[in-house]
Design a protein around this ligand. Structure first.
Ligand SMILES: [Mn+2]
Length: 358
C-alpha cells in the first residue's frame, strides 16, 4: 500500500508537487478536468468543487483530446518533483456527454474515449478513474460540520430539481442548449449505457495497459436530480464488475461514499472487492451519517475505523495507492492545505502502524 495525493487541474505546478511530496506522498492522482472553469463565485477553486444547481463550471474543449505530448510533459514535471503519476481522475464531460446521455455524438465520443485511453497508455499512466453518472457529484452543501466548526461538505436532503439541457455530471457542456430539461432515463437504460462504454473501451484499455476505475455515485442515492444512479449500494459494484471480467475493469474504491450508503457494510465491501483484486486505488476519508443526511468529517472522527479499513486491505495484499479524496478546511491562512495535510499525515501514520503489525 502506498500513499498518494490528488491534485486538481489548477494545482499542476511545482509548489503543489512539492507540497504532496513533503507530506510523504509517493504517487499523485491528477484531475485533468477543470471543474472550476467559469464556475465563478459558485465554485471557488480554494476547496473541493461544490457548486450549486448550475453545476461546478463548464466542461473543456470537445475538440481537444488529451494528447500524448501534453500528458508526457505533465508527467515529466511530476517525476521531476520526485513523484509518480498513478492515475488520471475523471473524463471530461466535453468528451463523453453523449456516452452518458446516449446522445447523437455517442459513436464519435466512444472513439474519442478510446483515443484518450490509448494516449494515456502511451504516456505510461496506468489508471483512469471515472464516474459514470448523469447528475454527478451534486446536491451537497458546505458548512461547519467537522470538529471545531471546520468547514466541510455534506448533504441534508434529497435533491430532485431536474437537470437543464446542456448539463451533465454537474458541468455545463453546451451553454447554448435549448431551454428545458434532460429527458427521463430508466436504471436499465443507464446500466446498458455503462455496459456499452465498458465493452467498447475495456479491450482498448487492456491493450494500452490502462485500468478503468469506477467511482461509486457520490452522494450514493438511487436517484438524484430526477435521474437514476448506478453504484449506490456496495453490491452494485459487483454488478459493474460482472458486466465484463477484463482485468482492466477496476474500481476507484471510495470508502467515504461506501460508508454513506444506506445499505451494506463498508468493511465487508472493502474486503469483498480487495479480495477480488478489483481495486485500482482508494479514496479514504471519514464521514458521519448516511445519504441523504451525512457530513464529511476530519479523518480521525466520523463513522469509519480507518485502521480497520487498512488492515483489511493489507490482509488482501492490496498494493495500490490510497489518497485522501477530500478533507475539511482548517481555520488558518491556508485552509485547504492545512486540511489536506492533516488528513494525509494521519493516513501516513495509520499506514505505518498497519505495516508494522504485519
Ligand atoms: Mn471519492
Amino acid at each position: 500500500m502506498k500513499l498518494g495525493f490528488g491534485l486538481y487541474r489548477h494545482m499542476l505546478s511545482a509548489p503543489y508537487f512539492a507540497f504532496a511530496r513533503q507530506l510523504g506522498a509517493t504517487h499523485v492522482v491528477v484531475h485533468l478536468v477543470d471543474y472550476f472553469n467559469k464556475g465563478g463565485a459558485h465554485n471557488p477553486p480554494r476547496d473541493q468543487p461544490v457548486g450549486e444547481l448550475g453545476g461546478w463550471g463548464h466542461a473543456g474543449n470537445p475538440e481537444q483530446l488529451w494528447a500524448v505530448e501534453e500528458l508526457r510533459a505533465i508527467k515529466q514535471r511530476i517525476e521531476g518533483a520526485g513523484l509518480i503519476w498513478e492515475a488520471i481522475e475523471n473524463f471530461d464531460p466535453a468528451h463523453w456527454h453523449d456516452v452518458l446521455l446516449d446522445g447523437p455524438r455517442k459513436r464519435l465520443q466512444l472513439d474519442w474515449l478510446k483515443q484518450i485511453i490509448r494516449n494515456v497508455g502511451m504516456a505510461g499512466i496506468p489508471i483512469i478513474g471515472y464516474n459514470f453518472s448523469i447528475a454527478g457529484v451534486a446536491g451537497r452543501v458546505t458548512g461547519p460540520f467537522a470538529r471545531g466548526g471546520a468547514i466541510s461538505v455534506g448533504m441534508d436532503a434529497p435533491l430532485d430539481e431536474p437537470i437543464p439541457n446542456g448539463m451533465v455530471w454537474n458541468m455545463v457542456y453546451d451553454a447554448n442548449a435549448p431551454a428545458g430539461y434532460l429527458p427521463e432515463t430508466t436504471p436499465q437504460q443507464l446500466w446498458s449505457r455503462l455496459a456499452a462504454f465498458l465493452n467498447e473501451c475495456l479491450p482498448v484499455a487492456e491493450r494500452a495497459g490502462v485500468r478503468l476505475a469506477a467511482h461509486p455515485d457520490d452522494p450514493p442515492l438511487p436517484r438524484l436530480r430526477g435521474q437514476p444512479r448506478l453504484v449506490y449500494k456496495p453490491e452494485l459494484y459487483q454488478k459493474l464488475i460482472d458486466i465484463n471480467h477484463s482485468p482492466s475493469n477496476q474500481l476507484e474504491c471510495c470508502v467515504g461514499t461506501l460508508a454513506e450508503m444506506q445499505d451494506g457494510d463498508v468493511y465487508e465491501a472493502v474486503d469483498r472487492y480487495s479480495a477480488q483484486h478489483r481495486i485500482a486505488y482508494i479514496h479514504l476519508r471519514n464521514v458521519r451519517g448516511k445519504a441523504p443526511h451525512y457530513k464529511e468529517t476530519h479523518i480521525d472522527e466520523g463513522d469509519i475505523d480507518i485502521l480497520r479499513v487498512l488492515r483489511i486491505l493489507r490482509k488482501n495484499d492490496f498494493d495500490g495507492i490510497i489518497i485522501p479524496d477530500h478533507a475539511p478546511q482548517l481555520t488558518c491562512d491556508a485552509p485547504w492545505h492545512a486540511g489536506m495535510a492533516f488528513a494525509t499525515g494521519y493516513l501516513s501514520a495509520c499506514l505505518s502502524a498497519v505495516k508494522a503489525e504485519a
